[in-house]
Design a binder for this molecule. Structure first.
Ligand code: R5P
Length: 304
């Protein structure tokens, strides 16, 4: 039996598509803020048996408390299992203490979710120094890949592409997407000097002359990484590149800056609602929810 899906505010469209794909039912969870900004959550559809909350965590500081309150309420109101579908899982980039005295936020955030949920499904989590979510999450955690969906988009939309990852971290996505799109790939080197300050070093790009560059990253946040990559590709004489990211975080004026820097297309998946969403990860997320649910049912049968 599929879990009943409850969207947190802003996640209704993703939840409706996921419910249709899974043939699952949805439920109503009311979330409201008091004048002092404290939050109240209330199940208007009782949380019975297996349920999953759906909440992308692009603004995690605002979203984490409603989620934890809703998970706690579901358990205390009788739900047998409470999962989390978080198409974007924030707080993974601080995966080490970079400077003395800093908090290891990836770890603390994972502890909060692991203590409240029974399983989690997310898409292209930022795994760099962690090799798997299991290193930080102590609940079953599925990391869905957007690569096949992105590769299908490239095959349909770009003639003679060369896939480019703007930094070493992006090699995992660029290589998988290039293989499925039947295209070559390469990566730049990146040094970050601050939130909005990066310096990229490209490899020798001559061998890709004549191809259309497709920049691939997991996240566009400030946009500085993509803007710098666009600048170098334009300087090297390439045609206007397409910029693709799984997660449309887009802080400040990032989208406008990418357009100004010469992006031919700016395309994202639907993990975070944004006008650039052109690729859907819903089918891949549905398969992960199905297999986690099946594994839990099998585990429960064995323990009886
Ligand atoms: C970092 O390693 C990530 O993969 C992205 O490259 C980064 O988060 C993009 O950030 P921004 O858009 O702020 O340059």
């Amino acid at each position: 039996m599929m879990p009943r899906l409850y969207p947190l505010p802003g996640n209704e469209a993703f939840t409706a598509k996921l419910a249709a794909e899974l043939k699952a039912q949805t439920g109503l969870l009311m979330v409201r803020r008091f004048p002092d900004s404290e939050v109240l959550v209330r199940y208007d559809t009782p949380p019975e048996n297996q349920i999953a909350l759906v909440c992308t965590l692009a603004r995690a500081d605002m979203q984490i408390l409603p989620l934890l309150f809703a998970a706690g309420a579901a358990h205390s109101q009788g739900a047998a299992g409470v999962g989390l579908v978080a198409p974007y899982l924030g707080y993974l980039r601080q995966d080490q203490v970079f400077n003395p005295g800093e908090a290891l936020t990836s770890h603390t955030f994972a502890e909060l979710l692991s203590g409240s949920f029974d399983w989690i499904v997310t898409v292209d989590p930022h795994l760099h120094r962690y090799t798997s979510l299991d290193e930080v999450y102590r609940i079953p955690a599925a990391a869905v890949s957007a690569s096949s969906a992105v590769a299908a988009w490239i095959r349909e939309q770009v003639f003679e592409p060369v896939v480019i990852g703007p930094d070493v971290e992006s090699t995992q996505w660029a290589s998988a997407i290039a293989a499925e799109a039947g295209a070559p790939y390469t990566t730049f080197l990146k040094h970050r000097f601050g939130d909005r300050s990066v310096v990229l070093t490209p490899p020798d790009l001559k061998r890709w002359a004549g191809r259309t560059p497709v920049l691939i990253d997991d996240i566009i946040s400030s946009g500085r990484t993509m803007v710098e990559a666009l600048r170098l590709l334009r300087e090297a004489g390439f045609p206007a590149p397409a910029c693709i990211a799984t997660h449309a975080v887009f802080s400040d004026q990032a989208r406008e800056e990418l357009a100004k820097a010469g992006a031919a297309r700016i395309v994202t998946t639907d993990t975070i609602v944004h006008p650039t969403n052109e690729i859907s990860v819903v089918p891949a997320v549905a398969r992960a929810v199905e297999s986690l649910t099946a594994a839990r049912l099998e585990g429960a049968a064995h323990s009886r």
